[in-house]
Design a protein around this ligand. Structure first.
Ligand SMILES: Nc1nc2c([nH]c(=O)n2[C@@H]2O[C@H](COP(=O)(O)OP(=O)(O)OP(=O)(O)O)[C@@H](O)[C@H]2O)c(=O)[nH]1
Ligand SMILES: [Mg+2]
Length: 145
């Protein structure tokens, strides 16, 4: 099982950074949360910050673990470790990707993500719906009281 970190990186306006894998790479053309393989003796947090600086030239601050998603591709099995992170500094320079986008969390389902990412996208969309459900419950409770 290959352990891979993936950053759900948010900017000041809460948009999330997604990147598209360039031609020649495994899963070329699919969108992903940028990151990469964890090296020996590296924590996921250190790995993620390193990969993001190497691949995108930006500094981030890793906030917390979000969820893991395991997926068996034909040639390899991957444990994708999703972490929430904040954008800090730097202008994006692409090396492993041919496109990047800052997107609202509610728009994530419009993009074709790598298969291992789908559960992470689903959870991000689901978490977004929670506050709305709580509001509905509150107004229902008021009506009943
Ligand atoms: N970084 C990243 N990799 C993902 C995601 N989803 C997913 O299936 N993968 C797969 O995880 C594997 C390793 O990721 P990677 O190619 O970014 O690893 P890396 O940066 O260390 O690159 P390298 O192997 O070219 O040195 C790839 O097969 C990639 O397709 C994702 O959201 N982010
Ligand atoms: Mg990578």
């Amino acid at each position: 099982m290959i352990e891979v970190t993936a950053g759900i990186i948010q900017n000041a306006s809460k948009k999330v950074l997604i990147t598209r894998r360039k031609a020649g790479k495994h899963l070329a053309g699919f969108w992903e949360f940028p990151g990469g393989k964890i090296e020996a003796d590296e924590t996921p947090e250190v790995c993620l910050a390193r990969e993001i600086m190497e691949e995108l030239n930006i500094g981030i601050s890793v906030r917390s673990h979000f969820m893991d998603s395991t997926y068996d591709y034909d040639t390899k099995s991957i444990c994708l470790k999703g972490y929430l992170a904040d954008y800090l500094e730097g202008d994006i320079i692409l090396t492993d990707h041919d496109q990047y986008k800052w997107v609202a969390q509610s728009e994530l389902s419009k993009y074709e993500f790598a298969p291992a990412d789908i559960p992470i996208v689903k959870k991000l969309m689901h978490d977004l719906e929670l506050p709305r459900d709580i509001k509905k419950l509150k107004s229902l409770a008021k009506e009943l009281l």
